[in-house]
Ligand binder design. Structure first.
Ligand code: IPE
Ligand code: IPE
Ligand code: MG
Length: 236
C-alpha cells in the first residue's frame, strides 16, 4: 500500500468535447474546466498533497485556431486576477513551467504578479504548465548547460537544469477524457510515475474522481526496477 502521493500531475483534457456534447462553444468547456481546476486544487489542499502540477496549455496548443488561443489566454489572465487573493489566503504557492515568454504581455504580467504575491504559500505548490513542451524544455536545459560549459552531464545535473528543478518527480499522473498518451508533458520527470487514465472529461472531473485515482494509486506496487521480494525486505 502506497502512502498518499506527494506530487500529482494532471493532463486536463476533454474541455472541447464536453462543450460539443452540451452544444456549447468550446470556450465554455474551458471556462467550466477552469472551475473544476479550482475544485481540484482545494481537494488537494484538503488531502494534504503538497505538489500539484496542471497542464493548462501546451506548446503545440499555439497551433489551434487563433480565436480559441486568444480566448484561452484571456481566460487564464482573468483566472489569475480573480483567484490571486484566494490563493494567498489558502497558502497556495503559484509557479509555472514552460516558455512564458510566448505569453501575451497581459497574461505574463498576471503570471509574474501571482508568483510574487504567493511566494510565501506553504500549503500547496501549484505549478501550471503554460506554453509547456517537454522536448523543448529538455532542449533548453541542454542549451543552458552547454552555455555554462558543463562537460559531464549526468541525470542529476540535467534534472537541475529543467524548469521543474524545484519539484519532486510526480508520483501520480492523471489524464482525463480517454486519451492514452502523454502529449509532450514531463517526459523526463514521469520516468517512474504511476499513470492513471479515466474516460471522464475534465469539466466532469471532481473530488470523487480524484479519490478514485488516489485509491488506485494506493494499491499499486512501485518497484523501481526491483523485485517484490526486495521491496518487502526494504520495508522490513
Ligand atoms: C484541454 O481540452 C484543454 C486544452 C488543451 C487547453 P481540449 O480543448 O483539448 O478538449 P478536447 O480534447 O478538444 O475535447
Ligand atoms: C494536452 O491536451 C494539453 C493540455 C491538456 C493542456 P491536447 O488536447 O492538446 O493533446 P492532444 O493534442 O490530444 O495530444
Ligand atoms: Mg484535447
Amino acid at each position: 500500500v502506497n502512502p498518499h502521493p506527494q506530487h500529482i500531475a494532471i493532463i486536463m483534457d476533454g474541455n472541447g468535447r464536453w462543450a460539443e456534447y452540451h452544444e456549447l462553444p468550446r470556450i465554455e468547456g474551458h471556462r467550466r474546466g477552469a472551475e473544476v481546476s479550482e475544485d481540484i486544487i482545494n481537494a488537494c489542499i484538503d488531502r494534504r498533497v503538497p505538489y500539484l502540477t496542471l497542464y493548462a496549455f501546451s506548446e503545440e496548443n499555439w497551433n489551434r485556431p487563433s480565436d480559441e488561443v486568444e480566448a484561452l489566454m484571456e481566460l487564464l489572465g482573468l483566472y489569475l486576477t480573480s483567484k490571486r487573493q484566494k490563493m494567498i489566503h489558502e497558502g497556495i504557492r503559484f509557479q509555472t513551467i514552460g516558455d512564458v515568454n510566448r505569453l501575451s504581455p497581459f497574461v505574463r504580467e498576471e503570471v509574474e504578479r501571482t508568483k510574487e504575491l504567493t511566494q510565501q504559500g506553504s500549503n500547496l505548490t501549484l505549478t501550471m504548465a503554460l506554453s509547456y513542451g517537454s522536448r523543448q524544455e529538455i532542449a533548453r536545459a541542454f542549451q543552458e548547460l552547454i552555455k555554462r560549459g558543463v562537460k559531464n552531464i549526468t541525470p542529476e545535473i540535467l534534472s537541475q537544469a529543467l524548469d521543474t528543478r524545484d519539484l519532486p518527480d510526480p508520483d501520480l499522473l492523471i489524464r482525463t477524457s480517454g486519451e492514452y498518451r502523454i502529449s509532450n508533458f514531463l517526459l523526463w520527470q514521469l520516468a517512474y510515475t504511476e499513470l492513471y487514465f479515466t474516460e471522464t472529461l475534465w469539466p466532469d472531473f471532481n473530488a470523487y474522481e480524484l479519490d478514485k485515482a488516489l485509491d488506485a494509486f494506493s494499491k499499486r506496487e512501485r518497484r523501481f526496477g526491483m523485485t517484490s521480494e526486495q521491496l518487502r525486505e526494504l520495508v522490513g
